[in-house]
Design a protein around this ligand. Structure first.
Ligand code: MOS
Length: 708
């Protein structure tokens, strides 16, 4: 332990490879997920979805559904309870007959069993006035517009310096278009909730067991939508089977469950979306069309960098993904321009999906960097090192900790980058072999406002309470480690409780901000507890506090970095791409638990591999729906696709951002990865693929062949 760590009260648990405290419960099936919660008077709700992409519901015939034994209620736009706030159209469920995308909720059936509810939902006949729709993203769409800001609150466009002149004078340059398809979050646990509406003397109360990344956020939103005081809405969410952003906000199904519960007070209304339904109702990543223009001088120093993105949103609610923000601070360049243009289409509402912005945007930037390296005749690792900015080029602020160069050098060494040859020069039988590299980045976010409570339960045992989520990342374990060190106790003396709005307020587990935000709150509560109650407190002694202010954070630009190296083998006959080896080296501040952290980085890299080679939601534009809306046809990697992933990180603490020294690890692993894969495919075959995913068809049609 360093002196700095000791002075900050960090003890033996943080940094240790601790097995998950919830592992046994999960393996035994005793960790209750939302849909498994034991509730009284359980009934089942199934959503009825629009079969047209745009229009109006003119009539609903629910007679056949209602005639089934066990059907309790059929909700329609014409009979559903009225909501208090319909300003957010995604949540204005069944409040009007309008249809804004195919798959939108136009009804709901409640029955005593899920089978009857599902059967009845199929018997509901909905008639529509059908209007023309447009679901196709086009770069030349005349209705493209500039959003006021992009997610979460960045300016849409930025410009510094004389971009066009610098590009015109560049010694080496790139001007290319890259595209990424619509992609869907597919957490293993589908979105599910159980809603109960109860009248009591103080007015109605809504309880929701939900699979969410932020119980408090769901409660706030539903309270507004239903016109309830927030303290009358309780959300419980102790275990979540993956979220990836799709559970970062409530979605229409939560409102539908609330409406059904309101219509059937006292019943527990259970709703689990099917995998197919998730493709219309819980968000997705917008497709992107990106134009990158980069110019460099004769030494490969970037003089101008332009990153412009075209993306889609729904006509009823804007979500503007921040595709180009990674390019704003990634490399030194005196002249820079970034921009976002949106098309509002008759499509489901896009939303957060793991590393929104950086995931597609770093594909464009890093793929272009690979091409710039070639244009300048410089090794792609060296090109990135030469353009590493000493301070944030956008804000001028010093970095809280920028160690990209070290990640690149360490990764190159671990991977054996020096063995890379010229494009198309390495073969192994009919396999074409290549190596690629790309950089990763993700901002360090701390969300203000989380609180935690510490209580001495007696006999040296302590409870630590915070309404945070564990979406599978390991927060149960990592927060327990932070609390143990904060209190100076062995791990088994600390009992953590999370995932409930009855616990102190926690921000949503998103933007890789969980540990920095919730860990800091836990740490502060533990310190204050010791200050107030000492080392030998009375049973029942308790302290609650919010995370300490950390004003110095504003003086720095906090970003995490990584370097990813990939080897590919391309079958010269079929164009099949195999990825036998990936190396990722990351710099993310302190690592609280190497075991769960490794899983986070590896999961991100696997998702990046998936983005490179497999994932694409294919829309049938005649009807406006995703055709491959299940895990048979929406391809993700299986074990056979993931071979040797070498994950490591730099030994680092970043106390500039937060008192724990962490910068967040959840999303960085997916950023840049796909560009490392396409860079390796180019090195193997000499074919540049700029449109994801890289498919066998593309490679074969572009002339990839075995040696004659
Ligand atoms: Mo993540 S897409 O910030 O939940």
């Amino acid at each position: 332990m360093t002196t700095m760590e000791q002075s900050r009260g960090v003890g033996a648990a943080v940094g240790r490879d601790v097995t998950r405290v919830d592992a046994r419960d999960k393996v035994r099936g005793t960790a209750p997920y939302a849909f498994e919660q034991v509730v009284r008077d359980r009934v089942h709700l199934v959503a009825v979805q629009s079969t047209v992409a745009r229009g109006r519901v003119t009539a609903v015939d629910s007679a056949a559904a209602e005639a089934l034994d066990g059907v309790l209620r059929v909700l329609t736009p014409f009979n559903a309870p009225r909501l208090a706030d319909t300003s957010d159209a995604e949540y204005a469920v069944l409040q009007s007959p309008g249809v804004a995308f195919r798959g939108q909720i136009v009804g709901g059936v409640v029955a005593t069993t899920s089978e009857v509810a599902r059967h009845a939902a199929e018997l509901v006949r909905v008639e529509y006035d059908v209007h023309d729709h447009d679901t196709r993203l086009r770069e030349d769409d005349p209705d493209l517009y500039t959003p006021e800001q992009v997610n979460p609150s960045y300016p849409s466009d930025t410009e510094q310096g004389a971009v066009e002149r610098a590009l015109a004078e560049a010694a080496g340059s790139v001007d290319e278009r890259y595209s990424t398809p619509m992609e869907h979050n597919n957490p293993l646990e589908p979105h599910a909730c159980i809603a109960r509406w109860e009248a009591d003397p103080q007015g109605p109360r809504l309880t929701l067991h939900d699979s969410t990344q932020g119980a408090h956020g769901v409660a706030r939103t539903l309270a507004k939508v239903f016109g309830l005081p927030v303290e009358r809405v309780r959300v419980i969410s102790p275990y979540v089977g993956g979220g990836f952003g799709s559970k970062g906000l409530p979605h229409a199904h939560n409102v539908l469950a609330g409406l059904a519960a309101q219509a059937l007070p006292g019943r527990s209304v259970a709703l689990a979306l099917t995998r197919q339904q998730m493709f219309a109702l819980v968000g997705y990543r917008t497709p992107t069309i990106q134009r990158l223009r980069i110019g460099a001088d004769g030494d490969g120093r970037i003089t101008a960098l332009v990153h412009e993105a075209v993306e889609q949103t729904s006509r009823i609610k804007e979500f503007a993904e921040q595709t180009t923000v990674g390019s704003r601070s990634m490399y030194a360049a005196a002249a820079r321009r970034t921009a976002h243009r949106l098309a509002a289409l008759d499509v489901p509402v896009p939303s957060w999906m793991r590393a929104p912005g950086e995931a597609p945007g770093m594909f464009g930037l890093e793929a272009a960097m690979d091409e710039l390296a070639e244009a300048c005749g410089i090794d792609p690792v060296e090109l990135r090192i030469r353009n590493d900015p000493p301070t944030d080029p956008e804000t001028g602020k010093p970095w809280s900790g920028r160690h990209l160069v070290e990640c690149l050098r360490t990764g190159a060494e671990r991977f054996g980058w020096s063995r890379r040859g010229a494009p198309g020069s390495r073969r192994d039988g009919d396999w074409l072999v290549g190596m690629g590299v790309a950089a990763s980045t993700y901002p360090g976010y701390v969300m203000p406002g989380s609180a935690a409570r510490v209580r001495h339960d007696g006999q040296g045992r302590y409870s630590v309470h915070i309404g945070a989520a564990d979406i599978g990342t390991g927060s149960w374990t990592a927060l327990t480690q932070v609390a143990a060190d904060g209190l100076g106790l062995p791990l088994d003396r600390v009992h953590l409780e999370i995932g409930d709005t009855d616990l102190p307020m926690a921000t949503t587990e998103g933007g890789s901000s969980g540990m920095a935000s919730h860990g800091s709150a836990v740490l502060e509560a533990c310190r204050r507890f010791r200050l107030e109650h000492g080392e030998d407190p009375e049973p029942g002694a308790a302290t609650e506090s919010t995370a300490a202010d950390h004003p110095e954070a504003d003086e720095y630009s906090p970003h995490s970095y990584g370097a990813q190296f990939v080897e590919v083998r391309v079958d010269g006959d079929t164009g099949e791409v195999r990825v036998p080896r990936m190396v990722g080296v990351f710099s993310c501040g302190r690592i609280v638990n190497p075991r769960t952290a490794r899983s986070q980085f590896m999961g991100g890299m696997v998702w990046g591999l998936s983005m490179a080679l497999f994932e694409a939601s294919e829309v049938d534009h005649r009807f406006g729906h995703v055709m491959n809306h299940d895990l048979a046809d929406y391809h993700v990697p299986s074990h056979a696709d993931v071979v040797d992933i070498d994950v490591s990180w730099l030994d680092e603490q970043d106390y500039r951002l937060d008192p724990l020294g962490v910068r967040g690890i959840g999303e960085i692993g997916i950023t840049g990865t796909a560009a490392a894969v396409t860079s390796a495919v180019y090195n193997a075959t000499g074919v540049r693929v700029r449109d994801l995913p890289v498919t066998p068809d593309t490679l074969v049609s572009r002339g990839v062949r075995p040696r004659p």
